[in-house]
Design a protein around this ligand. Sequence first.
Ligand code: ADP
Ligand code: ZN
Ligand code: ZN
Length: 766
Amino acid sequence: MSLFASNTVTEDLQLVVVAVERAVDRSPDGLTYALPTSLAHLPDGARVEVPLGRGETPTAGWIVRHLPATEDPGIPRDKIKPILAQDPSGVVLPSELMQFARWISAYYACPIGMTLASILPAAVRKAIGRVERTLVDLAPSLEGLAKITKKQQHALDVLATLPRPIELPDLAEAAGYSTNEPLKRLIASGHLVATKKTAVEAGFIARAGNVAPAPTPTAEQQAAITAISRDFGQFAQHLVFGVTGSGKTEIYIRLLEECVRRGKRAILLVPEISLTPQTVGRIAARLTSAKVAVLHSGLTDAQRNQQWTLLCEGGADVVVGARSAIFAPIPDGSLGLVVVDEEHEPGYKQDSAPRYHGRDAAIRRAQLAKCPVVLGSATPSLESWMNAVERRISTLHRLTKRAPGLNTPKVAVVDFGAERREIRDRRVNLIGPTLREAMQKAFADDGQVLLLLNRRGYANYIACSDQRCQWKFTCTDCDAGMVCHVDESGAARRSYVRCHHCLSEQLLPKNCPDCGKPVTVFGLGTQRVEEELTRLFPSLIEGDTLLRIDGDTMQTAQHFHDALERFGKGEIRCLMGTQMIAKGLDFPNVRLVGVVSADTALALPDFRAGERTFQLVSQVSGRAGRGEKAGRAIIQSFEPETPAIRLAALHDFEQFATLELADRKSFGLPPYRRLARLIVRHPGETACAERSAELAAAIRSFSGGVEVRGPSVCPIARIAGKYRRQIELLAESPAEISRVLAEARTRGLLKLGEELAVDVDAIAAL
Ligand code: ADP
Ligand code: ZN
Ligand code: ZN
């Protein structure tokens, strides 16, 4: 018999619905508990601890709803248990954020408890960096108190002139004391009244960078600023379409200023990768009258807690952050603007539950807050483009020219197949003569070079040298080839192989395990480009004037920031790497951008392959010509006539979008229809096949107008020892998909976890 089971305890208490964080999802609404008198004040959005299950295990959850006295709780009152305690973090989410979380939960088919758990950063939950501070004020009356020294009286006199209460150390400083001790004696004697306040300290806030004075907006910029400003105070969608360097950020800055001037707060989302001190510093420097908070993965836990707490308390006007900053705890009624830069970035999609899209979530958050949302990109997603040009639910603002002082880079596509046939030197594989000469010229001209190859490692194809043998090195746990890497950190150069899906590693075998002939490695990888560069350009010294940037070398945000700083100073002449270098970098001395192979993204088994290729080529080309001298871009490709590559070189996004949309329409693909993927995973191949077939059959029984495809084997059939099958749901409207997913949840078919993932508006097809 439980301690709390007696009905006298819960009889008159307020009942609430609590969503526990564990993935129990029998009733989508959560479970009913009673609020004990001591916690009667807790509102919706408070994090609490409740007894769960027969063992009454204390479990974290959130109050999501107060039950009106008239509502039948659905279970006998004497079965309802009281909440155990409020969470020590004291977190209570603003009600707008709760409403937003409910939408995320329903739309992305993720239990509300799990959704709320993912909104709250672990650092806040664990109260990392929280300290207690003492505030002091003058005693209301000095009657009957002991006499004090002149020096002590001085402190009281000083305090009388200051805003009160004040922190103890601040008073000590103002009074000219070197320690807090004399003040503590005044507290003991009753001359000062002390109160405790907890705060999170991390000593970090966006640091303002050095920045040029605000430029006068161009006519195009001004038109966008004026039109968007007119929508302050109501929901409206805007798309700012302009090549890199056309002045989009300048528009955001003006709008943020205007939003703060009107007494409202704003969220600016940027891709994680471009959250460099450069970007944040530029924005902080321009928004001199606003307090800017930052949220990204490079923060320490204490910093993250501090920034989050600051936002909760209404202490920041603007938050600049990556994807998850869309969940910034902005006080109710004060959100006035949401901006999403580089809205097409795949990095906005979260790859664990809830699998939300930061841009789509931003639109919804703005809608709930009744404020405008501004999306910006040089290569808008076809979703946003269609919303603007076909559906006209979003207003399009074109920036047709690069900002004054910036050049449009000349982009040349090189037929790499043709070049390769002419090269005599067998050791030259990756940098053709056109790119090589352009690099020489750039270096001779004292310029810097950016070189992109979107594939990590040394080479991605390891096979037997005897073609009759057909042995190829694949991962034992995944249905994927192993990638060769070279480790140069030790005394000797060592080759090993790694699986990019499960990250398992092995040594590179010299001989084929099947026939004993030598093993060969071929294909592309950033390490191999690096090797070829040092051979072609003796002046390029690895780690000194040449730096490789990819997920292998840049283990932390700090590494990345340091590398960019060295490049900015000109120490590094050539920066080469994966798409980490393609985005948001703004260095005036980059004279040449080279794309070693534009074909890497084209090969993906994904209907968005063309769109991704176009984006990559455009983004990286935009890195050239940001200074006074003209910039060039050279794109090597085996398929130079592919529209995605040809049109990107011509800077013709609109033509590309028109062609691509026509294709999508004819195949009934997004953005014309909504797509949700259900991925079933299991260590047993048969079990995986059976479970996915059962799930598909069950869903078909109530799918109505929603097309249910599959199950089919996923493009990567097995990852980390688990077989993978997918079911795809396609429908004209998101509401139809939501209805089917909600029904599936109610029937208990969607238990998210190791064995099932639900990806609404999936953007990757692995
Ligand atoms: P985007 O965000 O589209 O890449 P930015 O806003 O970063 O473009 O602008 C690119 C560069 O041009 C920046 O250095 C910016 O300060 C400058 N710039 C932007 N607008 C103007 C303008 N109206 N006049 C002069 N320089 C401008
Ligand atoms: Zn693997
Ligand atoms: Zn062999």
